[in-house]
Design a protein around this ligand. Structure first.
Ligand SMILES: Nc1nc2c(c(=O)[nH]1)N[C@H]1C(S)=C(S)[C@@H](COP(=O)(O)OP(=O)(O)OC[C@H]3O[C@@H](n4cnc5c(=O)[nH]c(N)nc54)[C@H](O)[C@@H]3O)O[C@H]1N2
Ligand SMILES: Nc1nc2c(c(=O)[nH]1)N[C@H]1C(S)=C(S)[C@@H](COP(=O)(O)OP(=O)(O)OC[C@H]3O[C@@H](n4cnc5c(=O)[nH]c(N)nc54)[C@H](O)[C@@H]3O)O[C@H]1N2
Ligand SMILES: [Mo]
Length: 698
């Protein structure tokens, strides 16, 4: 198949003294968290291939198959630098690590003497390894008393919704998908963003399973499914409520499962009575028959798996959408089958010791919390102001919503900005001090996954390139310079890996750092059908149709529909000026903004484009290939129009996330996206965005 590269043939030559193989894990923010095998010769990585961990089974995506081109890219940042030109200009001069660390510690000490909350860590998911993502950094900033950061760009709405219904980010085992008879791929594009789940969907298809996809556009995955239902963005909960209306109304529930393992069935039944398929069809812009047939087919198929992913929860009602959809398998008893149930993410099966990793006990006082989804507002308007930002594992100038405000913030002369990066990103251009970071081949880490059930050790294959240092190492050095003497601020990366597993969770029994290093990976002790007999991690232990947790949080205790903030029917005034729903899902050749600077990925990706329906284009005088301006009150940017019926009328789609400085107008999709947050989890709402489109230059 086109997107999976086979592992290169195992080396069968007689072992050479200077040649060895190291096992690692892909660090990228993707549900697959692939196992890697790196061949090293004379200290240089010469080959990367998929490891033998069962879920990813030796295949890599086309991006990570070329990870060595990333590690050895000539454009890597190799040593610390300080700014010599204007903020944002990207001109730097080399300095020593000592000078860089002294400068940072000096500034942090001076600010902390007034108010440490003026210092803001800005990090996200450039690497998902527990050491690099959330360990020494958190300890350092807790001890310092810096502002806390809510990391909300991606998944927090859906996770909050899943927690209400199921008790956490848990669900069915995606490895079982090949045994399903029906797979509903809902707000997810696995051909692009969950490859190894997709290979199991294909296996299921070969065995006669039906694949249904629910997505406002005919995605790469939709092209390969049996049926595509295209609701208007942000309306999925209405569809799910109407499915429940049909399932309950036609007596298609599993009364035994409902009776023993759910809470609040009568209240749910009363709630969905008003959700007729006609009503939902009008909201979703689909037919009544599509809803009724899907509900019947779903309820009558025991081995029916629903794979939700994050696409459908980047909306005002994203939390409620996941909360509502997650009720379906308990109604029909699909959880009884290993290949039945619903999955958003597997993360909460792990039971890693996050308290030991992050040491919240080091916190002095109660610093304020800043939401990364509204970073632009924080950098331009927070009181007390943010006077220092330490950016690592993220490229906020490219990826945060409403990025004109983010850029205005980073452009402030009175803001001291440190950026620790592998490459000179759009954000790095604003740094006062720029530090070189290691890639995954150069440090230790330990990985969970949000799309399978394996724990993995990632071991360094090569020495750091140039003067690069891992995240945790920089925080250890800074802690020493700040005079922080807590012992945990001196833990080594391998100490931290051990602490992650210092847990009584049954899922982790028999998994130690030493066994992991030896085998590369180990499976969690989680059964193939984890909720066949109920036992959900909710307060009641049941699947909660009615939730006291939701009520206590100020939400409706029952599933419901929360309309888009910027929808044509939910916000008619705005839709008159900006009638098109704009979504900007992940590009096949990028990983968020990672890889979007590397020649091989840019060659494959072409140039920024906008899929628009031919009817929407015609009424605007737009022809195929024309540069068009996408705009709303927040901003505008220019892309090339691509006329296609892959998007439904009224929806436009722009694969993302491009580096701004590598596009013709130095802008990207986040010029128009909004800082408004979702109903739950303080989450970003990238796909809840109305725009207008016109030929560029008019
Ligand atoms: N190649 C590649 N892989 C990636 C990434 C990447 O950038 N590139 N990013 C990684 C990351 S960080 C993440 S979070 C995941 C994201 O991957 P997914 O979780 O799959 O999420 P998205 O791609 O954002 O959205 C999936 C689909 O949802 C559709 N969608 C948008 N709005 C709605 C809606 O309201 N309802 C429904 N039903 N569908 C909707 C989009 O059109 C899209 O096709 O992928 C990861 N993997
Ligand atoms: N318009 C639009 N915007 C989006 C999205 C969308 O669908 N549409 N998707 C959103 C989603 S789902 C997500 S998850 C976010 C992702 O946003 P980010 O988490 O910011 O992800 P990346 O853009 O990949 O940037 C990560 C950066 O971390 C750096 N990095 C990698 N490893 C390390 C390391 O070990 N140390 C240090 N110091 N740096 C490292 C990489 O070089 C890279 O520049 O973007 C969001 N933005
Ligand atoms: Mo994400």
């Amino acid at each position: 198949m086109r997107f999976l590269l086979p592992a290169t043939a195992m080396d069968t030559a007689s072992p050479q003294p200077n040649r060895r193989t190291v096992s690692a894990a892909c660090p990228h923010d993707c549900p697959d968290t692939c196992a890697l095998e790196i061949t090293v010769e004379d200290g240089r990585a010469v080959c990367i291939r998929g490891g033998d961990m069962p879920f990813t089974a030796g295949t890599l995506c086309t991006k990570v198959a070329r990870y060595l081109d990333r590690t050895y890219a000539p454009s890597r940042i190799l040593y610390p630098m300080k700014r010599i030109g204007a903020k944002g200009g990207g001109r730097f001069a080399r300095i020593s690590w000592d000078e860089a660390l002294d400068t940072i510690a000096g500034r942090f000490k001076a600010i902390a003497a007034t108010d440490p909350q003026q210092i803001l860590p800005v990090s996200y998911a450039g690497t998902m390894g527990m050491v690099s993502y959330a360990s020494m950094d958190r300890r350092f900033f807790h001890r310092l008393g810096a502002s806390l950061l809510e990391r909300t760009l991606c998944s927090s709405a859906g996770k909050a919704g899943s927690k209400i219904t199921l008790g956490g980010s848990v669900g069915c085992d995606p490895e079982q998908a090949e045994h399903a008879r029906l797979i509903i791929i809902w707000g997810s594009n696995p051909v692009v963003s969950n490859l190894h789940f997709w290979s199991r969907c294909q296996a299921a298809k070969r065995r006669g399973a039906k694949l249904v996809i629910i997505d406002p556009r005919r995605s790469e995955t939709a092209e390969k499914c049996h049926q595509h239902i295209a609701p208007y963005p942000g309306t999925d909960a209405a569809l799910a409520l109407a499915m429940m209306h049909v399932i309950i109304g036609e007596g298609l529930t599993d009364a035994d499962y409902v009776g023993n393992h759910t809470l609040g069935y009568d209240e749910l039944a009363a709630r969905v009575r008003a959700w007729t398929p006609q009503r939902a069809a009008a909201i979703c812009g689909i037919t009544t028959a599509e809803i009724v047939n899907l509900a019947r087919e779903y309820a009558r198929t025991r081995a029916a798996m629903i794979r939700i992913n994050y696409g459908l929860q980047r909306h005002a009602g994203g939390g409620m959408a996941v909360r509502t959809i997650a009720c379906l398998p308990a109604l029909t008893g699909a959880w009884r089958e290993p290949a039945g149930g619903v999955l958003l993410a597997t993360s909460d099966f792990y039971g890693f010791n996050h308290r030991a990793l992050e040491r919240p006990d080091l916190l002095r006082g109660a610093p304020r919390t800043i939401n990364l989804a509204a970073l632009g507002d924080a950098l331009t308007a927070a009181q007390p102001p943010v006077t220092a930002a330490y950016v690592y594992n993220t490229n906020p100038v490219a990826v945060c919503p409403d990025s004109r405000k983010v850029m205005a913030g980073f452009a402030r002369e009175d803001l001291f900005t440190v950026v620790h990066e592998i490459f000179q990103t759009d954000t790095a251009d604003y740094a006062d001090i720029l530090l070189p970071a290691t890639t995954q081949l150069e440090h230790h880490d330990i990985h969970k996954s949000y799309g399978h059930m394996y724990v993995q050790a990632s071991q360094p294959a090569i020495a750091p390139v140039g003067e690069a240092k891992p995240n945790a190492e920089v925080f250890r050095l800074l802690a020493a310079r700040m005079g922080f003497d807590d012992a945990c601020l001196r833990d080594s990366d391998e100490d931290i890996c051990r602490q992650a597993l210092d847990s009584t969770a049954t899922a982790l029994q028999g998994i130690t750092w030493d066994t992991l290093k030896k085998h590369g990976w180990q499976r969690l002790n989680v059964s193939a059908a984890p909720f066949a007999e109920g036992g959900f991690p909710t307060p009641s232990g049941k699947c909660e149709f009615w939730s006291e947790t939701a009520k206590a949080q100020g939400h409706d205790p029952l599933p419901d529909y929360t309309p888009p903030r910027e929808g044509p029917t939910s916000n008619r005034a705005l839709a008159q000026r900006y009638p098109l729903a704009f979504i900007s899902p992940p590009h096949r050749h990028f990983l968020n903004s990672s890889f979007a600077n590397l020649d091989f990925a840019l060659r494959d990706a072409g140039e920024p484009s906008l899929d628009i329906h031919p009817d929407d284009a015609a009424s605007r005088g737009i022809r195929d290939g024309m540069p068009v301006c996408v705009f709303n009150d927040r901003g505008n940017y220019t892309v090339r129009a691509h006329l296609t019926t892959k998007v439904r009328r009224g929806v436009v789609s722009a694969p993302s996330v491009w580096w701004k400085k590598l596009t013709a107008d130095r802008r990207n999709a986040n010029e128009v996206t909004s800082q408004a947050v979702a109903d739950m989890g303080g989450a970003a709402t990238y796909y809840d965005c109305l725009v207008q489109v016109k030929p560029a230059g008019r």
